[in-house]
Write a protein that binds this ligand. Sequence first.
Ligand SMILES: CCCCCCCCCCCCC[C@H](O)CC(=O)SCCNC(=O)CCNC(=O)[C@H](O)C(C)(C)COP(=O)(O)OP(=O)(O)OC[C@H]1O[C@@H](n2cnc3c(N)ncnc32)[C@H](O)[C@@H]1OP(=O)(O)O
Ligand SMILES: NC(=O)c1ccc[n+]([C@@H]2O[C@H](COP(=O)([O-])OP(=O)(O)OC[C@H]3O[C@@H](n4cnc5c(N)ncnc54)[C@H](O)[C@@H]3O)[C@@H](O)[C@H]2O)c1
Length: 255
Amino acid sequence: MQVENKTFFITGGASGLGAACARLLAKSGARVVLADLNQETGSALARELAEAALFVPTNVVDEQSVQQALQAARDHFGTLHGVINCAGIGSAEKVIGKNGPSSLESFTRVININLIGTFNVIRLAGEIISQNTPEESGERGVIINTASVAAFDGQIGQAAYSASKGGIVGMTLPIAREFARYGIRVMTIAPGIFDTPLLAGLPEPARISLGQQVPFPPRLGRPDEYAALAKHIIENEMLNGEVIRLDGAIRMQPR
Ligand SMILES: CCCCCCCCCCCCC[C@H](O)CC(=O)SCCNC(=O)CCNC(=O)[C@H](O)C(C)(C)COP(=O)(O)OP(=O)(O)OC[C@H]1O[C@@H](n2cnc3c(N)ncnc32)[C@H](O)[C@@H]1OP(=O)(O)O
Ligand SMILES: NC(=O)c1ccc[n+]([C@@H]2O[C@H](COP(=O)([O-])OP(=O)(O)OC[C@H]3O[C@@H](n4cnc5c(N)ncnc54)[C@H](O)[C@@H]3O)[C@@H](O)[C@H]2O)c1
């Protein structure tokens, strides 16, 4: 579908990759809902994007929070044509640490936010989108999820994070197969190393070694490059049920 005059619900839309999608889609004539925990950065971006954007404080893990955010989106913009699931957290923890086994709580937290939060939004937004009047082609909407190269090349310390992203990879095709009857496409982007506040949380040695591992271009990815792929996915109906690595050919080393 064309993005102009369409509405997109962007989780994690207040920062990094999600914010880059919001800026690009708004500049392209779309309307964006910034569904994010961060009131400060979310409100600031909504002010920057003016009438093209609505910030709604949202916790993707919380069913009621997502339902209220989706309702706010429909109240404000009338409907919903797509979702870009960017909300997520990083984690860096060895399974056996200096003080013994890592905690179950930290593993569970990462899975809850990154994987279950993504599923929560897919199921609630998908039901809304399935009620849209279809485009001439039969398409009603598109859902884009965010995994990571860590789903495939997880480093030491990424058991929880890689598992959460591997789960997103794993559910892409079965949901695309189910949603085909509604004319809703489901895609996942697996970014490599992108210059965002999240990556800034990585220990310096890890960041340095990663930057040196990208074959070409030998640099961190820019959030606008992620946004450009997300926009293309929205516009290209033949992209469905697939995971696209966006990573400069990096295959991460064990550490
Ligand atoms: C709740 C806390 C959150 C903390 C912030 C988490 C930020 C996560 C950011 C993710 C960004 C998005 C990720 C994106 O999807 C793309 C990627 O996946 S990028 C790949 C990211 N890689 C990692 O996340 C690796 C995580 N692992 C580590 O950081 C470390 O292994 C560890 C878990 C912190 C354990 O480190 P140590 O206790 O130092 O243990 P070691 O004994 O293994 O270290 C020995 C030695 O090696 C150095 N080192 C450790 N990890 C790395 C590395 N990844 N690359 C290079 N060098 C590394 C470490 O500094 C030690 O050096 P020494 O001190 O002995 O000289
Ligand atoms: N930056 C990278 O190198 C990289 C690489 C691969 C994948 N990713 C993934 O891309 C996505 C975006 O990451 P980013 O780098 O832009 O990070 P970021 O930290 O800049 O943005 C993440 C946003 O998600 C929000 N968020 C976190 N938990 C939330 C929750 N429970 N409910 C709603 N919002 C929540 C945060 O407030 C933040 O605004 C994440 O899923 C991340 O795992 C990032």
